[in-house]
Ligand binder design. Structure first.
Ligand code: CA
Length: 224
């Protein structure tokens, strides 16, 4: 999943980025409201961690604009301000959650997982994928209770397709989800095709993978 970290405190931004990277998220940092707007216009992020006190404006304005533009990213407000009115203001504008600084990184992660489950209507951390089970929190795929070994990117491709099951995801959408901003060299759909091929091979050792469909000329779909 992709995360935009909007935070002007460099130490905190770096700490968040490192932690989330280790948890398998692709992170981009914006240090000002202006940078945040540029990034949001450019990339469809899954999460935005939003500091309210930014050097060039209020984070709530960034949130309001993003909602007006119909962006689907989940917003988590991070702020030192204890004021109840900020919290209410953020939630009224459509933020998904709110964390007061200082907060613990595991707590942030737990909140992000809870948002993912809520958004995709999962009531348990495990999602059924045919005869497999996908554990989004522990980032594991299970078959008969045993872990099926997947690379970080293979897990990302599979979980994105499962969370958007029965919808066709283009190669570009999958690439942006996994790498965030497109690499300088541009977009190479072969990466995604290679990951899908590996997934079919690894999952196919255990069970049928007919549900992982290729939609010719467009992308892939998990028919579940
Ligand atoms: Ca700040």
């Amino acid at each position: 999943m992709t995360v935009l970290i909007v935070e002007d405190e460099r130490t905190l931004a770096r700490e968040l980025g490192l932690f989330l990277y280790q948890q398998g998220f692709a992170c981009t940092v914006a240090r000002t409201a202006r940078e945040a707007r540029v990034q949001l216009a450019d990339t469809p992020f899954d999460f935005v961690l939003l500091d309210l006190g930014l050097p060039d404006g209020d984070g709530l304005t960034v949130l309001a604009e993003a909602k007006q533009q119909g962006l689907t990213a989940a917003f988590v407000i991070l702020t030192a301000r204890g004021a109840v009115k900020d919290r209410i203001g953020g939630l009224e504008l459509g933020a998904d959650d709110y964390l007061a600084k200082p907060f613990s990184l595991p707590e942030l992660l737990a909140r992000m997982h809870a948002i993912t489950r809520r958004r995709f209507g999962l009531h348990k951390p495990l999602a059924a994928v045919g005869p497999f089970e996908l554990d989004l929190q522990a980032r594991r795929l299970l078959f008969g209770g045993q872990e099926v070994s997947l690379s970080v990117k293979e897990f990302d491709v599979l979980s994105y397709l499962v969370l958007h099951k029965n919808r066709v995801m283009t190669r570009l959408q999958l690439t942006e989800h996994i790498w965030g901003n497109l690499p300088e060299s541009g977009f190479d759909s072969n990466y995604i095709d290679a990951h899908i091929k590996n997934l079919r091979k690894k999952l196919g050792q255990h069970a049928d993978v007919d549900w992982l469909e290729t939609v010719r000329g467009i992308g892939y779909r998990a028919r579940l």
